[in-house]
Design a protein around this ligand. Structure first.
Ligand code: PLP
Length: 427
């Protein structure tokens, strides 16, 4: 494809998306297709000869649209939201078009430097303590991951390596085999309300995840956590990381960070905070009460791709001591070395699991600049108001009962049993 065709194709694609997003509210959210529907619409083999882009775009309507779930319809209320916006889309397009891979500073200095700056901006916007920011003295800093799941896994792996390294420093005579045997005794903790990705991180990192029963407010209390840790210590196990949640997936509950941090510091355990959804609300000062005690955590993560108008994938992670990430994640080769390695900018390959990395900060930067903090705050507040308005409607309707009141953009409610039959008949 030459540049001229690219211009035409690209402009047609932008028009296609603008038309789609302008009219998405009129589409039925859930498609009416059966599994395997697309096989009937597409050939069995890839085309032997080049096809015209116009034909490909036509097939978007014929084969793709009928099977699309319209996540950006205002009628979509499943799961949690996924963000999108015109500035985010253009940022994504720029990142794809420039096509850089910024695994070291030298491999694309602008990618690294924009990420460092935007994560400091974002960290300040949500009121993170300075220890997490790279513009402050110390070793704090932020990095973009693909998802909250990756952020949790990364922190679990780093916590595991930190434990082993500390043990080795205290007991230099321990053999590789003895260190490995200790690794097998590590355990992790999270609430039974935590996201599935938290348990999965434990599975992938070979660190069993204890799911602590939440209390009546759906929170993991410090006392329940302590009891689980003490029971494990008695069994000769080694607590390694605790994952607190701000905004649990079922009810948007918040674990009490300060209480949990006190337990973590007493036992020398890494404390990671997963605020995947509700972290975006922290750009509004009135919601910062939920992260009281955050200054005591080791790492904090939230997803601008959920609720802050940056399209998937864009998950922001901050750590207090980036040296621990580097110690766990760096594997050096001659071809990765560069002359500016110790000049104060991170080599982000050592702050993540993969080697290669996209220029994700561009879309975040576009969104932050084109909306500005004020418009983003207005957006969050308007969404929270929709939830409280909806709760009022439910309270005025005898058929429903509230399970948990509006918190952030979520209200959980149910149909009263006596109305079930009517509902079944209607549906
Ligand atoms: N953590 C929480 C609290 C979530 O609500 C979710 C998704 O809803 C996740 C983690 C997973 O996020 P991601 O898809 O970015 O891995």
């Amino acid at each position: 494809m030459d540049a001229q065709s690219f211009r035409e194709f690209g402009k047609a694609a932008i028009d296609y998306l603008a038309d789609y997003l302008e009219n998405v509210r009129d589409k039925q959210v859930l498609p009416n297709v059966e599994p395997g529907y697309m096989r009937k619409l597409l050939p069995e083999e890839a085309p032997e000869e080049p096809e015209d882009w116009r034909e490909v775009l036509k097939d978007m309507d014929r084969a793709i649209m009928p099977g699309l779930t319209h996540w950006h319809s205002p009628h979509f209320h499943a799961f949690y939201p996924t963000a999108n916006s015109y500035p985010g889309i253009v940022g994504e397009m720029m990142s794809a078009g420039l096509g850089t891979i910024g695994f070291t500073w030298m491999s694309s200095p602008a990618s690294t430097e924009l990420e460092v700056i935007t994560l400091d901006w974002l960290g300040k916007m949500i009121g993170l303590p300075p220890q997490f920011l790279s513009c402050s003295p110390g070793y704090g800093g932020g990095v973009l991951q693909g998802s909250a799941s990756e952020a949790t896994l990364l922190c679990l792996l780093v916590a595991r390596e930190r434990y082993v390294q500390r043990l080795h420093e205290k007991n230099p005579s321990l053999t590789e085999q003895e260190l490995r045997a200790t690794k097998a005794k590590l355990v992790a903790y999270a609430s039974d309300q935590s996201n599935s990705s938290v348990e999965k991180a434990g599975i992938l990192g070979s660190v069993p995840m204890r799911l602590i029963p939440a209390d009546e407010k759906f929170q993991m209390s410090g006392s329940n956590l302590r009891a689980a840790i003490e029971a494990d210590l008695k069994e000769g196990l080694v607590p390694c990381i605790v994952i607190s949640t701000l905004g649990t997936t079922p009810t948007c509950a918040n674990d009490p960070l300060r209480e949990i941090a006190a337990v973590c510091s007493e036992f020398g355990i890494w404390h990671h905070v997963d605020a995947a959804y509700s972290g975006a609300a922290l750009i509004c000062p009135e919601y910062r009460y939920i992260c009281e005690g955050i200054e005591l955590a080791d790492s904090f993560n939230f997803n601008p791709h959920k609720w802050m108008l940056v399209n998937f994938d864009c998950s922001a992670l901050w750590v207090k001591d980036s040296r621990e990430l580097v110690a766990a994640m760096s594997v050096d080769r001659a071809y990765l070395v560069h002359t500016q390695q110790d000049a104060g900018m991170p080599d982000y390959r050592n702050w993540q699991i993969p080697l290669g990395r996209r220029f994700r900060a561009l879309k975040l930067w576009f969104v932050l600049r084109i909306y500005g903090v004020k418009k983003l705050q207005e957006y969050i507040r308007a969404q929270c108001k929709l939830a409280t308005d909806f709760e009022m409607l439910l309270r005025g309707d005898d058929r429903f009962e509230i399970f948990t009141p509006a918190h952030m953009g979520l209200v959980t409610f149910r149909l009263k049993v006596k109305h079930m039959q009517n509902f079944n008949r209607l549906s």
